[in-house]
Write a protein that binds this ligand. Sequence first.
Ligand code: NAD
Length: 328
Amino acid sequence: MDQLQLEEKVAEYNKLLKEYGHAYYVLDQPVVSDAIYDQMLHELIAIEEQHPDLIYPDSPTQRVGGEILKGFQKIEHRYPMLSLGNAFNEADLQAFDDRIRNMIGDKFSYVCELKIDGLAISLIYENGLFKTGATRGDGTTGEDITENLKTVHSIPLRLAEPISIEARGECYMPKKSFTDLNKARAERGEELFANPRNAAAGSLRQLDPKIAASRNLATFIYAVGGSGESYGLSSHSEALAYMDKLGFQTNHERQNCKTIKEVWAYIERWTEERPNLSYEIDGIVIKVDRYDQQQELGSTVKAPRWSIAYKFPAEEVVTKVLDVDLTV
Ligand code: NAD
């Protein structure tokens, strides 16, 4: 492929990924499958790595999430809400593990968690009381969806301790609620939601909280916002146990793993057991457990280096997404 063709391809991918991202993040109505989106993004990352001169400042590889929906107040996040790097196979995970071992040596462990397919949320508590809740938005600023989140039963309005803290997690729609919702919508002749993730996002980004209240949403909290150390915590697993104690719902399928082999066994187990869960997952999130080691590894503008999301293979394998050849 010559330079001009490559430039055209990069421009085309930028344009399409922006359109797909807008439909997904802003309108909650994806126009292509996640597999197609992920494959194209992956291709673009590969090209940009080889040709940094072709990185657009607003490339979808350089930013987190979408735009803020009009009609909502904005909430500036105290700490950026990042995305996660992706792994699609064992080799990607091995490369992730090698990078970490190169940086911090061999004395560390991972926490593996289910990757809940919902919407990232930030919950702010002051003196133990729920104050505000926001979407991730563009990672820096989110939408104020406090009133909608107050209708979600698994979000405590008062914590077990009168502390000020930020909880981060995923708000999702259980499979059964999703099926019931789409059935009712079909009966009323209304447009159906593409999947539980879009239904959850569509429900939380409604101006009328009665709609969110009727949608049976649920949450799993997976992090303390900012520095967990200020609460006397030294690791991610301690933080999750603390969140449980405070009254949040965390996901108890998590597992500590010492090696990437153990991580892979966890992935294989959940690839099989995934259909038996009452909620959708789209992968497994792997995190270095200790906070001091997370800090040593740091983050890029888009994602932490101490964590990665393994994505389950798509049900339908898509090998070609455009008329253009995908190989660089
Ligand atoms: P991501 O979904 O790959 O990973 C980051 C997110 O994972 C976090 O923000 C968090 O919300 C979530 N998460 C779930 N469980 C978690 C856990 N246990 N610990 C930590 N985080 C957890 O990245 P993204 O930036 O949110 O979005 C990319 C996703 O959106 C991809 O799956 C992509 O396919 C999809 N997408 C699809 C389209 C489309 O058109 N179909 C368009 C844009 C994006």
